[in-house]
Write a protein that binds this ligand. Structure first.
Ligand code: NOJ
Length: 726
């Protein structure tokens, strides 16, 4: 390990109190921000915090912002504390800083990891200019239950897609050189299986087969670490009865033993203290002992390490070696980030002022936003609309809204730069007066006369854009829903507007897949726009008027009905599959709906039409150590240039454990001019076919596989190949 001598010298010189100081992070009372997520910050006394830094009792601060104040805190740490160990300044910078990019789920819909890398890079530039070294991102949890509010922060329900985005975001935030002025350290979170909490209820228990943990929930963490992440955040949930924040198997055996991780693990906000409420620890001291000895290095906010570790060491319940090891990991990350050599990195007020608004980031935000919009349906080619000669009624509570553009993790975004739908659409029109705007309803409540006004506007228009959906606070932490539907007041508005007979284009705002009902489901066109951030209005206008041909795909399946949750495309095969066209009795289906999505993972339309040739395999038999090459001809058979997301899925036909009905293994977004064809080629090896067997070991099994190259998880024609035994 580089810097090893410096770190060992420091550890040898540190008192136990100073060591414990390095293992604690507290909400930044010197630069308080975002009361909603950090109420404690405001309750702390700033002078007391300065004194704690001076006496070496704080290793990191989080969710503060500002270069000048951060520099002063760092000055105290470096110049006034006994050993001069620099502070690490962290924050939840999730999908943008001053410039807000689409929520991670929306950005994943682009199926363009390199786009996520670029938005993360831009975010890192802005965050590091504002006095932040370390972000609590990316969130890499795989989310298979749309009731969970935190689906919005994920890359959706698929393992492979989540891995690709996890790695891309780590690369983007950190850049190539961790000591560069604009490198932002990452914290893939929440380790682990937080996305599998039972019933989609935040903080709930996780009870799962160890193979599912390894096949589905751990790979994105491994991908993020392989991309260079140096810290991880433990999750709130338990896994098979052992809380993640005191889970030795996860934090030590897998992370350090198998994966050779050298960085540190930080708890989630008080998740170490919560071992007591879990009934896993008797009291705070017991919680500190269990967490630290399991491999949780840094305590976020609870103070249980600060309050109890010294006594635990004195009593022999924790060894000094265990404490030293945690300190070593924290110091290693600080050294790797260049903070010993340049503690004032990221703390330059002139740079902060200069980079408070980087105009190129607006262009990137607009491009990312339009690349995140999914066209679910477009009956009769109602979209794109015309910029002149068409009377458009923009109806709905989100027509003129800027409060709900940023999504659930927008704590540092520049509110003054948010562009709403009306502004974006009007600016794109040749005759701006062709657009009439009527809210029609509140988000959850009807407004007096709203429906009447909306109906009148719809009658007078050639087409309606209906801006409906969820407010930003229906997603995020502790925002689980039982009914993943559009609020009743908005649904009533949609029914009344649809009854006018004017064609309706729904512009859906959402932080999860929703169960669409009635007039919304039956609308002529449906656009999924998530929470798109700063450039929402212009990006939606680009798609609505055809200046951008939509290219995004669903990273989560839209169910037929809310009661199907958890529904995900890559579910294991049952013994009684629901075969279309056969009698429905005694098959895997509900009384009301089939065991299928309304719009599956991977689905999304464009304004052109792509045709797929049958996949051509380099061989129908794949040798154990060989590589299979698959090639398919894709043709843009429509009249417009466009982009397609070509997806490769496989199914292991017979295996020693029941396998998913399909699994995404590769994808590629391609751009084709009207009439153009391209041979798209993918390669696979047996590593792509491996899974954890009954013995929980990773291996591929010889035998027959189906393979699809298709535009979604439920389309395409399968070809077969056989993996030969070694
Ligand atoms: C709790 C959330 O679960 C986590 O994602 C976040 O980083 C921390 N709070 C810190 O704000």
């Amino acid at each position: 390990m580089p810097h090893q001598r410096r770190i060992e010298r420091l550890i040898a010189a540190m008192t136990l109190e100073e060591k414990i100081g390095q293992l604690g992070a507290f909400a930044d009372a010197l630069r308080p921000f975002a009361f909603e997520v950090n109420p404690e910050t405001f309750a702390r006394d700033a002078e007391q915090v300065r004194e704690q830094i001076r006496s070496g009792r704080v290793g990191a601060l989080f969710n503060g912002v500002g270069a000048a104040e951060g520099r002063e805190a760092q000055r105290i740490a470096v110049e006034e504390s006994r050993l001069g160990i620099p502070l690490l300044l962290g924050a939840d910078v999730i999908h943008g800083m001053r410039t807000v990019f689409p929520i991670p789920l929306g950005e994943a819909a682009s199926f363009e990891p390199d786009l996520a890398e670029r938005t993360a890079r831009a975010t890192a530039k802005e965050a590091t200019a504002a006095g932040i070294h370390w972000t609590f991102a990316p969130m890499v949890d795989v989310a298979r239950d749309q009731r969970w509010g935190r689906v919005a922060e994920t890359s959706g329900e698929d393992v492979y897609l989540s891995c690709e985005f996890a790695a891309a975001r780590v690369r983007g935030f950190q850049g190539g050189d961790l000591t560069a002025p604009d490198s932002l350290l990452t914290t893939p979170k929440h380790f682990a299986a937080y996305g599998a909490i039972s019933a989609g209820l935040d903080y709930n228990f996780v009870d799962m087969a160890p193979q599912t943990l390894r096949d589905v929930h751990l790979p994105p963490f491994k991908a993020a670490l392989d991309a260079g992440a140096l810290t991880l955040m433990s999750s709130f949930n338990d896994i098979n009865g052992v809380p993640a924040s005191a889970n030795r198997e996860l934090l030590t055996d897998i992370l350090r033993g198998e994966w050779k991780f050298e960085g540190f693990v930080v708890s989630d906000y008080t998740s170490d203290l919560e071992l007591v409420a879990h009934g896993y620890a008797a009291d705070e001291a017991d919680a500190a002992q269990k967490a630290l000895s399991a491999g949780l290095d840094m305590s976020l906010q609870s103070g249980v390490y600060a309050n109890h570790v010294a006594a635990l060491v004195e009593q022999g319940r924790l060894s000094m070696a265990e404490v030293d090891e945690a300190v070593r990991r924290v110091l290693h990350v600080k050294a790797a980030a260049g903070l010993f050599d340049d503690p004032y990195r990221c703390l330059d007020a002139a740079r902060e002022a200069d980079q408070s608004h980087i105009p190129a980031h607006d262009a990137l935000a607009r491009d990312c936003a339009r690349r995140s919009i999914v066209l679910l349906k477009n009956d009769g080619d109602v979209l794109p609309l015309k910029k002149s000669g068409q009377r458009i009624a923009l109806i709905g509570p989100f027509a003129q809204d800027t409060a709900h553009l940023g999504g659930c993790w927008n704590i540092f975004g520049d509110a003054s730069r948010m562009v709403d739908l009306e502004t974006g659409l009007r600016a794109a029109l040749d005759d701006p007066s062709a657009l009439v705007v009527v809210p029609g309803s509140g988000i959850e409540d009807a407004v007096e006369g709203g429906i009447e006004a909306a109906v009148a506007a719809a009658r007078a228009a050639d087409v309606v854009l209906l801006a409906l959906g969820e407010p930003h606070d229906f997603s995020g932490e502790a925002q689980s829903r039982t009914q993943i539907v559009i609020p009743a007041a908005q649904q009533a508005l949609a029914e009344a507007v649809a009854a006018t007979g004017t064609p309706v284009v729904v512009v859906l705002r959402n932080g999860r897949a929703l169960a669409l009902e009635g007039a919304v489901r039956e609308a002529q066109a449906l656009l999924v726009t998530w929470f798109l951030g700063t450039q929402t209005g212009p990006a939606v206008a680009d798609v609505v008027f055809g200046d951008y041909n939509p290219s995004a795909r669903l990273p989560v399946s839209f169910p037929q009905d809310a009661g199907q949750q958890p529904y995900f495309y890559n579910h294991p095969a049952t013994g009684r599959p629901n075969v279309p066209g056969t009698p429905r009795f005694f098959q895997t289906r509900w009384r009301e709906v089939p065991h299928a999505a309304l719009y599956p993972f991977g689905h999304g339309l464009t304004y052109t039409r792509f045709e797929y040739g049958l996949p051509q395999l380099s061989a129908t038999r794949l040798g154990w150590d060989d590589t299979l090459t698959v090639r398919t001809r894709i043709t843009n058979a429509g009249a417009r240039d466009g982009e397609d997301v070509v997806q490769l899925y496989v199914r292991d036909r017979i295996a020693s454990r029941v396998r998913p009905v399909r699994e995404l293994k590769r994808f590629r977004k391609i751009a084709l001019a009207a009439g153009q064809s391209l041979d798209v080629e993918f390669t696979l090896t047996r590593a792509d076919l491996a899974f954890h067997g009954v013995d929980n070991r990773l291996a591929a099994e010889p035998g027959l596989f189906d393979l699809w190259i298709a535009p979604s998880a439920t389309t395409g024609e399968a070809v077969q190949f056989e993996l030969l035994a070694p």
